[in-house]
Design a protein around this ligand. Structure first.
Ligand SMILES: *Cc1c(COP(=O)(O)O)cnc(C)c1O
Length: 357
């Protein structure tokens, strides 16, 4: 490194305290850390993707507006294509919302870390509004903060990552009525709970519903997210959107997955069934508290420190998520895997927690 060139002095001062998002990549582990769909990608969908790929003009830029995909998403959601934007993962759309609307941004915490990270990157002002002890919204606090005129955005994740609970549409509606800010409801896990705020879109132009194909549809590797909103909101978001944000391959794969979405029904049903089994088994372990979940993961607290449990499990070949931050002390999040993976995880967790369990 040269003596007279120090890139860190060039870094924007407001990024100096930001810790980048990082996910460990470990070989030979049962991977239950990223809320992915654990089942093999459905063969008929894979075949459909390959046949579309065979005829695709890879030398051409992708459709910047992802027109065909948005029409498929419209059929799936019942919301018109002009009210839909597709993104390179829901993550990109979170960043775009913050780049376009920025400013004071309320985040119902504890929750998905990317709202805060993207807020900082976009130069916005993230404000945590803590949830109650059972992780339900603190409606009074959030409406009081939302009605302040400086508030531009409100992020509510439902089912909430990492706590697993759903915010009822009636509560979201109370927040929508309290504010002129945009209220973003992140429904990344909607297919696992079947509740949605989508029916509120018609009468609340300040609602944005965020979704992804990364979880229930098993497309995490291809990065496809979308948001549903009033067409006027979509038009404003165009100003910050990267022109060719969603590549051709991901667009065609997402279309194939949506066209054959019945292929995902059985895997989703199995994940939900396994979730109930895993929840019961975790609750039966002495000293372990497990929080009820409507998603494809479970949050639990153990009598040992989360760091110790996390490291112990990694040493035994199981990777889960070690949670940090207010409200999540000594909590870990495990993704619901296949039956044999869940059994392996439970065995190793008992081992780590000590022979007494
Ligand atoms: C996984 C996840 C996302 C990100 O989805 P991508 O489409 O893979 O970027 C968004 N929100 C929440 C709450 C998630 O858990």
């Amino acid at each position: 490194m040269s003596d007279f060139f120090a890139p860190e002095v060039l870094l924007r001062p407001d990024l100096r305290g930001l810790t980048p998002y990082d996910a460990p990549v470990l070989a030979h582990v049962v991977k239950l850390d990223a809320n992915e769909n654990p089942y093999d990608f459905p063969a008929p969908v894979r075949e459909e993707i390959l046949s579309l790929l065979r005829n695709d003009q890879l030398n051409r830029y992708p459709d910047p507006q992802a027109g065909e995909l948005r029409r498929a998403l419209s059929v799936y959601t019942g919301w018109p294509p002009e009210g839909i934007m597709a993104g390179n993962g829901a993550d990109e759309l979170i960043l775009n919302l913050l780049l376009a609307f920025g400013g004071r941004t309320l985040i119902a915490t504890p929750t998905f870390s990317m709202y805060r990270i993207h807020a900082v990157i976009a130069g916005a002002e993230p404000v945590a509004v803590p949830r109650q002890a059972d992780f339900s919204l603190d409606l009074e606090a959030i409406t009081a903060a939302a009605e302040q005129p400086q508030t531009r955005l409100v992020f509510i994740c439902s089912p909430n990552n990492p706590t697993g609970n759903v915010t009822a549409a009636a509560e979201v509606e109370t927040v929508l009525r309290s504010t002129r800010a945009l209220v973003v409801v992140d429904e990344a896990y909607q297919e696992f709970c079947e509740e949605s705020c989508l029916p509120l879109l018609d009468r609340h132009p300040n609602l944005v519903v965020l979704r992804t194909l990364s979880k229930a549809f098993g497309l995490a590797g291809l990065r496809v997210g979308y948001l549903l909103a009033d067409p006027a909101v979509i038009r404003l978001l165009q100003r910050v959107k990267q022109p060719f944000n969603l590549n051709r391959f991901s667009q065609l794969a997402a279309r194939a997955a949506l066209a054959r979405r019945e292929e995902f029904r059985e895997p989703i049903r199995r994940i939900r069934e396994e979730r109930e089994r895993l929840q019961t088994a975790l609750a039966a372990l002495p000293g372990v508290t497990v929080f009820p979940s409507r998603a494809n993961f479970l949050l639990f607290r153990t009598p040992l420190s989360a760091d110790a449990v996390y490291r112990g499990l990694v040493a035994e070949g199981v990777l889960i998520r070690n949670m940090h931050g207010p409200g999540l002390e000594d909590c870990l999040r495990v993704t619901v895997g296949r039956e044999n993976e869940n059994r392996f995880f439970l065995e190793k967790l008992k081992l780590v927690l000590g022979g007494a369990v």
